[in-house]
Design a protein around this ligand. Structure first.
Ligand SMILES: Nc1ncnc2c1ncn2[C@@H]1O[C@H](COP(=O)(O)OP(=O)(O)OP(=O)(O)O)[C@@H](O)[C@H]1O
Length: 434
């Protein structure tokens, strides 16, 4: 018996000495939770020459735009990294027993794993190779994913597909400002490695202000499409208190554009997390005719909101762009819009000739017209006003007839200019009477 055991051990050692390769296994689950490597490898191998395998599994994961190809059980695909060949095999084993699904059907259990074989000399490269796989897979996951817009209902986010056609090409915006915004966003994208290395949460904030119809929502959609991030549209009136706000923050995906529209209209009491009413709150209460601020008032506080944007819950590895919109930025607490929270304050206003010409070009493919001259005079000399949404409305209403569209814009501007003159005359009269 001893002799047999020893000869088996010798044979195993001999085979191992003759086989210079080493095998790594990546199971689908570690313990009871899904293991991250399994999913990342699956995505990464999808870009390798997987279609050369004989049997391939095809799936369409949630929110994916394209099919995901996976090796079937026992199939192999080769990869190369730093001059070494890595052989990947997908293993699927049937487990004894079945589990019962919610509809009472029985599902057979499987144990899945990827196995990677490589020459022993390449094992020192394994960490670098896995880092490479992780980076590539994360990039692919991000670009292949269908974008979602999430809105908060009670303490949860409800998601829907986000399909908004606005991009920085379609957005009519002052050319310099557009270049600046795109430059900041590109720099943000390129700093991922820097933030990961320094262990900091990567975030950036915009304050968009200006009258209604000047493109604030279109700007937000352009940012989401440019960054390829999901949108989280935070409705503060539906948030019960600060702990609800914190819970929403922790449920957000790592890469997100977080939008708080019309933040000036949200009544955020100035009790910075302590619950103690501040001087400003007392003043507000006195203006309302009350002795004390209403400390029982539900809803998040300014402190809760400040923590939401850069508190401890913002974890390293997350990439978040906060966008606040406001029609009255003067009403906002300076702490909310200071650099670091709102890095860029972007004024979206009435059309100037450049913005109007951009709309004309995208709606009507027209770059020049004799009516542009009176339009330019009305905009710049008479200071007539038209929002991009109003201008887009006229251009859309007269599809295929540039002259009619521009004539309608001219009439609008003339009316606006007359209105401005009568307003100015009225204020002069008031001044004179005073
Ligand atoms: N700067 C712009 N560039 C291109 N299109 C614009 C622009 N501004 C407005 N539009 C057009 O007008 C419509 C309304 O604009 P948008 O909803 O983006 O404005 P808003 O400032 O968010 O308005 P509100 O404050 O009322 O929500 C858009 O669907 C778009 O067609």
């Amino acid at each position: 018996q001893d002799w047999l055991t020893r000869s088996h051990q010798w044979a195993a050692r001999l085979i191992s000495a003759l086989d210079p390769s080493c095998t790594f296994t990546f199971p689908e689950h570690s313990g009871t939770s899904p293991d991250q490597y399994y999913g990342l490898i699956k995505t990464y191998l999808n870009t390798r020459d997987i279609l050369s395998a004989k049997r391939i599994l095809v799936s369409l994961p949630k929110n994916a735009k394209k099919a995901l190809f996976t090796l079937a059980d026992g199939e192999t695909v080769m990869d190369e990294f730093c001059g070494y060949k890595f052989a990947w095999v997908h293993n699927v084993e049937q487990k004894a027993g079945t589990i019962v699904a919610y509809d009472s059907s029985e599902i057979s259990q499987e144990t899945r794993s990827f196995q990677m074989r490589v020459h022993q000399r390449a094992t020192s490269l394994i960490e670098r190779y896995l880092e490479h796989i992780t980076q590539q897979a994360r990039k692919l996951e991000q670009s292949d994913k269908e974008l979602l817009i999430h809105t908060n209902i009670f303490q949860c986010w409800e998601e829907q597909p986000f399909v908004h056609p606005s991009t920085f090409e379609t957005l009519a915006l002052d050319a310099d400002l557009k270049r600046q915004v795109m430059g900041r966003l590109s720099a943000f994208k390129a700093s991922r490695e820097y933030y990961a290395r320094t262990g900091r949460a990567q975030k950036m904030g915009f304050l968009l202000y200006g009258p209604p119809g000047t493109g604030k929502s279109s700007f937000i959609a352009a940012v989401a499409n440019f960054m390829h991030y999901d949108v989280f549209d935070l409705d503060l009136s539906a948030v019960e208190d600060n702990s609800c706000l914190r819970s929403l923050l922790t449920q957000m995906s790592d890469k997100a554009v977080v939008v708080v529209e019309d933040i000036d209209t949200a009544d955020l009491p100035d009790r910075r997390e302590t619950g103690t009413p501040s001087g400003k709150d007392k003043l507000k209460a006195r203006k309302r005719g009350a002795d004390q601020p209403d400390s029982d008032k539900s809803g998040p506080t300014l402190g809760g909101m400040l923590n939401f944007t850069d508190g401890l819950q913002s974890s390293s590895g997350s990439e978040r762009i906060f966008i606040f919109t406001s029609n009255c930025p003067d009403r906002l607490d300076p702490a909310l819009i200071r650099p670091g929270r709102c890095d860029m304050h972007v004024c979206l206003s009435f059309c100037d000739l450049g913005v109007f010409k951009h709309l004309l070009q995208s709606y009507m493919r027209c770059t020049d017209h004799e009516l542009l001259e009176p339009i330019s005079r009305l905009l710049h000399v008479d200071q007539a006003e038209i929002t991009p949404a109003q201008a887009a409305g006229y251009l859309d209403a007269h599809k295929g007839d540039v002259t009619a569209a521009l004539a309608a814009v001219c009439s609008h501007l003339e009316a606006s200019s007359r209105g401005q003159h009568s307003d100015r005359a009225a204020s002069l009269l008031v001044d004179a009477q005073a």
